[in-house]
Design a binder for this molecule. Structure first.
Ligand code: AMP
Ligand code: MG
Length: 331
């Protein structure tokens, strides 16, 4: 049923107004955000929201993040909002921080996966903000990929997964962060990070002047928390730098691909004459690495290697989001 669309790629003049008009008609449109591309629909229109689940093949009990034009819309979606939410909004919105709050009574359970909480954020991408401002509504927008697959960071990758299943994609180039937003739960007694992302635990603790938890497992069964998620089609393994060097030497000239962050490993791999086409070097800056990770995995996947072996990144706060996505990709 959702296969019947002639999906348009909207670009340049009039593209925003075309996206707005499709969303007003209750269609799903993939929009660029500063994190990854989102599959947007009017969050107050249950039929439109259901189209998101259908297009993605996403289980109905997986909640959606609602994107709002500015902080003044918080009260339209949430109730019993703590002051911390406003303080954080002031510091991080528009930006890659989703706040989990108690949902307002009228918010349909279709949006929240049956939960009494709702995740809200103001995205920073100028095109998404323009669409939101023109519509003046909330847009539910999970990542614009098929369920369990990699999140797209360019319009072409949205098309790979959703061509024929959605009305349109608004092409806004490549996404600034390349990893999904940080989700902070402000409903639990001690704030906790439900999903690591571009805004780090340290940044949040500094902003809030209090300790935050990052639990390994959550009671809620939500997509970012199932073990297998954000996966390329190729099996992926993670190894220490030392192990990786041994494997590069052993498996060079095979159909295996290596993803490397450290300078030492890439230099050493050159010395062992491993073909450069077999190694993707993403560098030792966590933000840069995060920006390139999904796009690299998409590209590597298309060359159909037998496996992808990734050098274990450092275990510090700055790398938390990258490590979280890699460990799920490796399941
Ligand atoms: P996606 O945008 O596809 O990455 O998925 C939305 C993410 O938001 C999921 O991974 C959930 O972890 C999270 N989320 C959204 N709403 C809620 C909620 N009410 N409770 C817990 N997690 C939520
Ligand atoms: Mg997703």
């Amino acid at each position: 049923m959702s296969q019947n669309y002639q999906t348009s790629i909207l670009f340049g003049e009039n593209s925003v107004s075309q996206a707005v008009s499709l969303l007003q008609k209750g269609e799903c449109v993939a929009l660029p955000t500063e994190t990854v591309y989102g599959l947007a629909a009017d969050a107050s229109d249950i039929i439109a929201v259901n189209k998101i689940f259908e297009a993605k093949g996403r289980p109905k009990n997986h909640p959606l993040i609602v994107h709002i034009p500015d902080v003044s819309h918080l009260e339209n979606w949430a109730k019993s909002i703590p002051n911390t939410a406003y303080n954080l909004a002031k510091q991080f919105w528009p930006g890659p921080l989703s706040l989990l709050l108690k949902k307002a009574d009228h918010v349909p359970y279709e949006v929240t996966g049956g939960l009494d909480t709702i995740a809200l954020r103001v995205p920073a991408h100028p095109l998404f903000l323009e669409v939101l401002t023109q519509l003046n509504v909330g847009l539910a927008a999970p990542s614009a990929n098929r369920y369990k697959q990699l999140s797209p960071t360019i319009a072409e990758q949205v098309m790979q997964g959703l061509d024929g299943r959605i009305a349109a994609v608004l092409d806004g180039g490549s996404c600034e962060h390349g990893l999904e937003s940080t989700i902070l739960d402000l409903v639990s007694e001690t704030p906790r990070i439900l999903r690591s992302g571009p805004i780090t635990q340290q940044q949040l603790e500094t902003a809030m002047g209090q300790i935050i938890n990052t639990p390994k497992n959550h009671i809620e069964v939500v997509p970012g928390n199932v073990e297998a998620h954000y996966q390329p089609n190729t099996p992926l393994r993670i190894m220490s730098s030392k192990q990786l060097l041994i494997e590069i030497d052993r498996l060079k000239h095979t159909d295996c691909h290596f993803v490397v962050w450290s300078d030492a490993v890439i230099q050493q791999s050159k010395k062992t004459h491993a073909p450069s086409s077999q190694c993707s070097y993403l560098g030792n800056d966590a933000a840069n690495y995060g920006r390139k990770l999904y796009v690299t995995l998409y590209q590597v996947d298309q060359t159909r290697p037998t496996q992808i072996i990734v050098e274990q990144p450092p275990q510090s706060d700055a790398w938390a989001a990258v490590n979280d996505r890699l460990s799920r990709a490796a399941q």
